[in-house]
Ligand binder design. Structure first.
Ligand SMILES: [Fe+2]
Ligand SMILES: [Fe+2]
Length: 329
């Protein structure tokens, strides 16, 4: 059994001191929103309780689906980098950016470069690490146990009061190719993106612009799990694919100390993945923050109905790639 933990939208606080020149742009309104409301929602104390609970769950891998910062200040990227290293070694944690991590355009070196150890791909030839050098290097691909984790970026700077995202044709083409290869090899394909891949129930200004194109790729190539954030609430959806419906999950913000604008308190999910005959069994468990106890506890657990899927072409105990990986088991 492989245990995957999924958190999203930690929106790490407190906000570092800002210089006027840094907020003479869209950041100004994000700064006001932080001071007026968001700093009372996104709590470092909840994140500390979360880190404790994650350690107790002993997950094999943790994925974080974006919005780690608030207004994409250079100092926030450094702050988040240190926080990530505190959560676990870079090979045990995978991170993708969200729209807040691209609140305004920030050079790669001053922004996501600080997290690149958590977005490093393994090349299929020799298992060597290949850190991203820019936005064009998404999706990244990491092999963990039976999982092939594909991290997409829908983060892009947007106009004032907008929070939409785009994957773009080049990323979707790479995703299609990788899903096909990995599916043929029998990996449990986990796709990460920040924005919910749906146009229903999402404000136009917050949408994934190419949601329909993304759904088409998943429908045609299949995947075992799609995970997202952005909406700060639970999301559950299915994308119909040839081999059966692909489950899509969103989780609330990992740091919410109180309900705000009808969004729930902090929660996260774990997915216990095991081989089941020719297919997979997945147990989904939600854990939520309890302010009275100051900690997280299990709120529900369900066995996910998974379609059979193609049988693995790899031996049960030994994978073919990357070198050093145990392969799907
Ligand atoms: Fe967010
Ligand atoms: Fe977001």
């Amino acid at each position: 059994m492989f245990l995957l933990a999924h958190i999203s939208d930690p929106h790490l606080g407190p906000l570092p001191p800002v210089r006027p020149a840094e907020i003479l742009n869209k950041r100004f309104f994000g700064y006001l929103s932080w001071q007026r409301r968001r700093r009372n929602v996104h709590s470092p104390a909840v994140l500390a309780a979360l880190a404790e609970d994650l350690a107790a769950q002993e997950a094999d891998h943790l994925v974080i689906t974006g919005d780690l910062t608030n207004i994409a200040l250079a100092e926030e990227f450094t702050q988040v980098g240190a926080w990530l290293h505190g959560l676990g070694p870079a090979d045990a944690v995978s991170v993708i950016p969200g729209n807040h991590d691209a609140y305004v355009a920030v050079p790669w070196e001053a922004s996501l470069a600080h997290w690149q150890a958590f977005m490093t791909s393994e090349t299929e030839a020799d298992g060597a690490a290949s850190p991203p050098a820019g936005p064009e290097d998404f999706p990244f691909l990491r092999f963990r146990g039976p999982l092939a984790i594909l991290g997409l970026s829908s983060a892009q700077p947007t106009p004032l009061f907008c929070a939409y995202g785009t994957l773009g044709e080049a990323q979707l083409d790479r995703l299609r190719r990788l899903l096909r290869e990995l599916g043929e090899e029998g990996w449990f394909r986990v796709v990460l993106l920040h924005h919910p891949p749906s146009l229903e129930g999402i404000a136009w200004r917050k949408r994934l612009v190419d949601a329909a194109a993304f759904r088409r790729v998943i429908a045609e190539e299949g995947a075992e799990l799609v995970l997202h954030g952005h909406d700060h609430t639970f999301g559950e959806d299915r994308i119909a694919a040839a081999a059966g419906p692909v489950p899509v999950f969103g989780v609330p913000s990992a740091s919410a100390a109180r309900e705000s604008r009808k969004k729930p308190l902090a929660h996260y999910q774990t997915y216990a993945v095991a081989r089941d005959g020719g297919g997979w069994s997945v147990q989904v468990t939600a854990r939520g923050f309890d302010p009275a106890r100051g900690g997280f506890h299990e709120v529900r657990t369900d066995r996910l109905a998974m379609s059979g899927g193609p049988e693995s072409h790899l031996p049960e105990d030994k994978g073919s790639r990357p070198a050093g990986s145990s392969g799907p088991a």
